[in-house]
Design a protein around this ligand. Structure first.
Ligand SMILES: O=C1O[C@H](COP(=O)(O)O)[C@@H](O)[C@H](O)[C@H]1O
Length: 267
């Protein structure tokens, strides 16, 4: 996963797979490669994970991999719904069901929202930002945290994290964690990582599957507008960061964007 030295955002890499099973295998390999590279440089692997359709695809193959140093994982959420952790809308709960409950990541390394503040989403976002600061303090990236890997989904409307089309949070360029209580997709109250955080990450991987994503994948990959376009089109990490798309054939049916063959040896 070497990267060119310029500050420009690099071209997205698209990996296509005939089935979600193939995708899950490749995604697990990709995640573990990112983990290995991180652990060559530092004590922990810092990953941010989304909710939605991602956790199931992520956990499917990853939970069976052997020799994973789970105790070195430090997990954040790319976005979270401001609800109790056992609520059916919780991104923690979804990831717990498909990944965390199957692997020995120490519970204190999984950074959840402070559920004692659920009636004050600004306080939840502030607390989550403090958790990020505490984790990244002393790392080389001062202005913004630099995740080793961020895993994102793409909603049918082009949203990613809890960054929705036309929402004021698309212009948030200072904070690390923002909050909203007017999400067009329920539940309305959420926190989300901001663009500066996403775009300082070393790797961002979008995962999208199924025919329900055909139109949006075409828009995001064939007609991107990284400055003013759909929220998922605006995720373009600055070098050495890179952005990858993992999709199945069903989601890519209308897409013309050039695919790259997934070769674990060349990651
Ligand atoms: O609301 C959310 O939606 C996005 C996309 O979900 P998907 O089911 O279309 O993949 C998800 O990435 C995000 O974490 C979640 O809060």
């Amino acid at each position: 996963m070497s990267a060119p030295p310029s500050k420009e955002a690099t071209k997205p890499v698209l990996f296509g797979f005939p089935s979600t099973d193939n995708l899950s295998q490749a995604l697990a390999t990709f995640v573990l490669k990112a983990q290995d590279e991180a652990l060559k440089k530092q004590a922990t692997f810092r990953i941010a994970i989304s909710g939605g359709s991602l956790p199931k695809v992520l956990g499917k193959d990853l939970i069976g991999r052997e020799g994973v140093p789970w105790d070195k994982w430090e997990v954040f959420f790319a976005d979270e719904r401001v609800v109790p952790l056992d609520h059916e809308d919780s991104n923690f709960r979804l990831n717990d069901e498909h990944l965390f409950s199957h692997v020995p990541i120490p519970r204190q390394n999984i950074h959840v929202i402070d559920t004692s503040k659920l009636d004050d989403p600004e306080a939840v976002a502030d607390d989550y930002e403090k958790q990020l600061v505490a984790s990244f303090v002393g790392s080389s990236s001062i202005a913004f945290p630099r995740f080793d890997l961020v895993l994102l989904g793409i909603g049918p409307d082009g949203h990613t994290c809890s960054l929705f089309p036309g929402h004021a949070l698309l212009d948030e360029m200072d904070g690390w964690v923002a909050w909203l209580n007017d999400s067009p997709k329920p539940p309305p109250t959420r926190i989300t990582l901001t663009y500066p955080v996403l775009n300082h990450s070393l790797r961002v991987a979008f995962v999208s599957t199924g025919e329900g994503k055909q139109e949006i994948m075409k828009e995001v990959l064939d007609n991107p507008n990284p400055k003013e376009g759909l929220p998922s089109s605006r995720v373009r990490p600055i070098s050495p960061g890179r952005v990858f798309f993992f999709s199945d054939d069903a989601a890519l049916k209308l897409v013309q964007y050039e695919r790259t063959h997934f070769d674990a040896a060349k990651l």
